[in-house]
Design a protein around this ligand. Sequence first.
Ligand code: SF4
Length: 146
Amino acid sequence: MLSQKTRYAIRAMQHLADMHGKGPVQMVEIATVQRIPVTFLATILSELSRAGLVHSQRGKDGGYRLALSPIDISYGDLIRVMRGSLALVPCASRFAHEPCKNCLDEQDCRLRALMLEVRDRTAAVLDGVRLSDPIDPVPLVSGDSS
Ligand code: SF4
């Protein structure tokens, strides 16, 4: 599951993408609209800034803006920058790899092989969606053709 930090980072970046081209956005605005604790948001914006995804501007009219166009930032990029895990089991995670109790040999485990495939397909979906893409907050339910 995505960590709370990664989820906040994505919501902050979606907000900055909505405001792209309209000047810097104050941190308190992002915190208020996206319901992110300000101190946590400061840490997240600083990580996004170090990763080259966000520019910060000091001063009275300062704030934050995307360093790249929203079309050049995928959800996969964001999750990787925040070191979020897409794996359903820890042994299939790149960044948080650990075996479960009584682990089989990883090379022989069919469950792990399946979970690696799920992880890679999830990453492919997230790499194909960009911050500029519209996302319907009410997704189609499987089998719903409307
Ligand atoms: S038993 Fe399989 S799924 Fe569990 S940690 Fe070991 S390799 Fe991974």
